[in-house]
Write a protein that binds this ligand. Structure first.
Ligand code: SAH
Length: 486
């Protein structure tokens, strides 16, 4: 009954349904042509940093005049009209490699590129949507956030409708998922009143955008931890921002959402060599460009590699020439599982990934196109497939009180939560243009590859995210299996 009201109620199509351009490429990797070549042939031109050599030019000094020793004076470099192609981030990366006295891991490279506090890809701008670099499910259609709202409400019911719940979103991007979730559930008073929203976001620019999109106005007094909250005028719930999950207060039942967050966590890459597994590293070549090299000796991340291999079958590992591991994903999942074990509640992780070991998935996307990983770092998104079995093993090892469900495909998740009813309800009350946009959005969310049964023009056929994206739930066993993972 509640579910019916949620899916059919408030059936008005929102602003984002007006989407008359062909939809841009999502972070969904193209079905084919994903071979990657890791050579050093990338990069901007070498530096032209005007290093001062201190050499004097051939100044002719007239005879019998006082000569001045100018060798110690500042000698500015010749003014040049050549474009300086080396970004601040490239200089910074080279600086780390130089002062470290050797190459850095792919993980360290990825972390700097995405979240360096000054130059990171996410830090200073809005990277989402048709004008940005890639588009994600919440930006495709309001139905995505609404369906996640259905999941959160069902879990809250299973939790016994607690009076206070910490609803945490990791990496909320523009805040669209949360805004659609709150709008979709706003009429359920006791649910609405129980929600305390916590946004975990490292980018100040995106925090600001989330603040706007959640229509946050007032700033409340600081809470017991000294954090200031705003109030969203969508539901009147308090909203607080943090840069990491550890800062979010614990002690109340918690629901955690992570949509396309894990794929941005830094991964280490290992390659099989004559010495066994060698870690792939980023170095500066003789031509002064960034390039990949293999580590000659074991690296600290090898410990995580050994752990990952233990969770796989021998056959699975033997067949691989490369392997990716994500210690940050393992550590984060451990923390999530412990929090859910002590506070109650659950987490929903949705991302593109595999239900198996990930071999070679790291990709760079700029303006909706795949580019080379080392090309102009900081100007393209870097992301990697999520290794779902390693999250499952980690959560299960972290606590006996939690159970892991899934992964289901995104298509199964949204289908079982009732997206078909929702799209029908929305189609009853919209313009023709909105209806086209709704259908496109629907197929992008649940379709597989080129959307099956697509009835629109060929050139607008959406590439579906239905099976590449997987959903996994980690819940406190007290509640039983969450909807729709039963
Ligand atoms: N969930 C959103 C955005 C996904 S992109 C959506 O689906 O549209 C990844 C998001 O995580 C961005 O908001 C980025 O700024 C944030 N992020 C990436 N790494 C982070 C980190 N280490 N800590 C906090 N936020 C991070």
């Amino acid at each position: 009954m509640l579910l019916r009201k949620l899916l059919l109620g408030g059936a008005s199509a929102s602003r984002r349904l007006l989407f008359n351009k062909p939809p841009p490429a999502s972070r969904l990797p193209l079905a084919s042509g994903r071979m990657r070549f890791f050579s050093s042939s990338t990069q901007s031109e070498g530096p032209n940093d005007g290093f001062v050599t201190g050499q004097e030019g051939g100044d002719e000094q007239p005879a019998a005049t006082i000569t001045v020793d100018r060798s110690g004076l500042y000698h500015p470099p010749e003014h040049s009209h050549e474009p300086t192609t080396e970004s601040e981030l490239v200089k910074h990366l080279k600086g780390i490699i130089k002062f470290r006295g050797g190459p850095i891991s792919v993980a360290e490279y990825m972390e700097e590129v995405l979240t360096n506090p000054k130059f990171g890809f996410y830090i200073n701008r809005d990277v989402f949507g048709a004008e940005g670099d890639f588009i994600t499910s919440p930006e495709v259609s309001q139905m995505f956030g609404e369906m996640i709202g259905v999941w959160v409400m069902c879990l809250w019911e299973q939790m016994g409708q607690p009076k206070k719940v910490n609803l945490v979103e990791l990496g909320p991007g523009r805040g669209t998922l949360m805004a659609d979730l709150l709008r979709g559930t706003a009429k359920f008073k006791s649910f609405r009143d129980s929600m305390h929203i916590h946004m975990v976001e490292c980018s100040p620019v995106l925090q600001k955008l989330q603040h706007q999109n959640l229509k946050c106005e007032k700033v409340c007094n600081a809470d017991e931890n000294g954090e200031k909250s705003s109030v969203t005028s969508i539901t009147g719930s308090p909203v607080t921002w943090y840069s990491s999950l550890e800062q979010v207060p614990s002690g109340s039942p918690t629901i955690i959402l992570a949509h396309e967050f894990y794929d941005a966590l830094p991964i280490h890459q290992f390659q099989r060599s004559s010495r066994g597994w060698s870690e792939k590293m980023v170095d500066v070549g003789e031509d002064s460009k960034l390039r990949f090299v293999l580590s000659p000796q074991p690296t600290p991340a090898t410990l995580y590699l050994m752990k990952r291999c233990k969770w796989a079958t021998e056959k699975e590992v033997e067949s691989l020439k490369q392997i990716e591991i994500c210690p940050k994903a393992i550590d984060l999942t451990h923390k999530i599982a412990q929090r859910i074990s002590s506070d109650g509640g659950g987490a929903l992780i949705i991302d593109y990934g595999l239900n198996g070991v990930v071999s070679d998935s790291l990709q760079a996307i700029r303006k909706h196109k795949f580019v080379s990983i080392l090309d102009d770092p900081g100007s393209a998104d870097l992301s990697a497939y999520v290794d779902f079995p390693s999250l499952k093993h980690t959560a299960e090892e972290a606590s006996d009180n939690v159970a892991v469900h899934g992964p289901l495909t995104q298509s199964q998740l949204l289908g079982l939560l009732g997206i078909n009813f929702r799209v029908e309800a929305l189609l009853e009350n919209c313009t023709d243009e909105q209806a086209d946009s709704l259908r496109t959005g629907y197929w992008r969310l649940v379709g597989e590859g080129e959307a099956p049964f697509w009835e629109g023009p060929d050139e607008l056929a959406p590439v579906g995210m239905g099976t590449r994206y997987l959903a996994m739930a980690i819940v406190n066993k007290k509640q039983g299996a969450p909807v729709p993972f039963q």
